[in-house]
Design a protein around this ligand. Sequence first.
Ligand SMILES: Cc1cc2nc3c(=O)[nH]c(=O)nc-3n(C[C@H](O)[C@H](O)[C@H](O)COP(=O)(O)O)c2cc1C
Length: 246
Amino acid sequence: MNQTIQTQHRHRSIRSYTDEAVSDAMLDAIVEAAHCAPTSMNMQEISLVVVRDAERRARIAELAGGQAWVAQAPVFIAIVIDFHKTDLGVRKAGKTQVIHESMEGFGAAAVDAGIMLGTMITAAESLGLGIVPIGGIRRNPQDMIALLQLPPLTFPLVGLSIGHIANDAPQKPRLDIGTFRHNEQYDASGYAAAIDAYDENLMHFWKDVARSEGLTWSETLASRLHTVYFPRVKPVAAMQGLLNDK
Ligand SMILES: Cc1cc2nc3c(=O)[nH]c(=O)nc-3n(C[C@H](O)[C@H](O)[C@H](O)COP(=O)(O)O)c2cc1C
């Protein structure tokens, strides 16, 4: 193994940060790593909004449903789907862009946003910084759009908090890798047993880290996935001119 892979294997989300600033050199290196990442059809339909202002971070923490670590970490990066940028290129070449209205466009942009997120995570963690991704910015997308002054054809899909670690976190166990890696053909025959084992394993994990409110994986999913937990995504995306195809 090399150092990059060791860093990836040590990943854990951090929700406790010191107030030490992230240096410009570190932040530039993290952002530039994402800028070099692959992007679907070279669309480059992602923009990052780097937020360091404490008041603005506090507001994002609130919009994300009261996530204190967003206010605490000195850097927040919003990863924004940006079909406004591509529209300028398409118009310049004399055509009308429609891809932003489609599931294909939103899906491709979500993939690219995930690549940007993962690339920045690896870069930040390799520098010894802590991170936590923040999907909570989709809880109140319209207010996020106003706060970041995003134009039509854009959408704030996910964020990343970055900072120096105050209290480290233990690694959270995962489902057995057999539920994740399928060789040659998909095979779900081991899922039920793996879920039983993981539910038990996760309860041991919560006990070890003194989180008495911790639930099994199945219970956590049930509490979240029985509803569309961020119901404003679709209507606000439509208001932004996205995902409007029939
Ligand atoms: C796209 C995405 C969005 C996430 N959103 C949040 C969030 O809003 N708040 C939070 O505290 N953690 C968030 N997380 C972190 C997950 O809860 C975390 O990755 C998961 O529980 C596994 O724990 P680990 O990262 O420590 O291994 C998010 C992770 C991802 C990948």
